[in-house]
Write a protein that binds this ligand. Sequence first.
Ligand SMILES: Cc1ncc(COP(=O)(O)O)c(C=O)c1O
Length: 425
Amino acid sequence: MQRDTLVFDLIHQELERQRHGIELIASENFTSLQVMQAMGGVMTNKYAEGYPGRRYYAGCEIVDQTEQLAIDRLKQIFNVEYANVQPHSGAQANAAIALAVLQPGDITLGLDLSMGGHLTHGSPVNYSGKLYNAHFYGVVKETGLVDYEMLESQARTLKPKLIICGASAYSRDWDYKRIRAVADEVGALVWADIAHPAGLIAKGLLNSPFEHCHVVSSTTHKTLRGPRGGVIMLGKDFENPFGLKDNKGNVRMMSNLIDLAVFPGTQGGPLQHVIAAKAIAFGEILTDEFMVYQQQVQKNAQAMAKAFMDKEYNIISGGTDNHLMLIDLRNKNISGKKAEQALVKADITANKNMVPFDDKSAFITSGIRFGVAAVTTRGMVESDMQFVVNAIDRVLLNADSETEIATVKKQVNEFMGQFILYPEL
Ligand SMILES: Cc1ncc(COP(=O)(O)O)c(C=O)c1O
């Protein structure tokens, strides 16, 4: 077979783009080289439907060991009783949780997408809004903080089967204890989707959901800095509350329902190359080095938020506890869409985002979301945040000037030259 230079040239161009630009998309990061190597390795060839020690295919003795390592390390990271590392993505993990605990038409209560929630938490364009009777809580207009009173009153009125916490564009920590209290009152299960802040939670820098939430999902590629993928965890396994029994008449445990909901419920063969990469990433997360990284993520986010506020940018909720921030650009007279487009021309990548109570569509938006997990991996510290914010500000103030943007792009490319990315490649 001839080498496909067309595709490899494009992969090389993508590497160069990543090297030269400032990556501020809050859901992205740069994995270690060994994580990438595992993903490009021979385990991609292996079919392994089932779970370690109970597969539907022969020849799984070795992938059983990598998968078991991934499970054991993930359990150790979060100090939990159960972990499933097979979901192909965050959305797949979430689909499996819904399948495990809900029947079509059941009522769910999650954070509204337009207030920072995620598509899989009940959006009408997603299976979660089509199959289930999805309702929402929001944030308080004045503070930008989760409206716990609204959550509680919605829960008492609607009596949902499942309350969902966690978000894609929310910069503050969560009060899981308060959510569990109302869930117990109305007989709901609580699910935390920690896709974004998982790395900070892993190192104890944010509240842990495990004590209070029945089930927890995450992606592995954001602050956890692993390969693209999803995971599901239970702090403590428990008897399923729906009375389901196995064929011996024993009540099925929740872990059993989740395993079945991942495979065969929503997936076929697991991605064993990605699971090997997850095992490596989880090993990295267990190190002290990763603690230093996460602390730096938090410091960088706070330094960036301060630099923006010094320039009179309006950060929703007035700051950040985690790795990201959402900025309302309405006082700067530029839409999220235009800001995103101007920034990318200067090799600064970020994504437009609706802000709470936005008067613009999801396609245009009034906001933009910035995250620092990726630039922190590149080696940036607090003092670098001033350069980044100055560059962004200059682009946004001169969004119609090609020459100004070209000047910023040159400065950005020079600046990024000092933060070496994948020198081996
Ligand atoms: C809160 C949350 N959950 C789930 C997902 C979905 O993850 P994936 O893109 O891997 O399907 C995301 C992705 O951004 C997210 O922010």
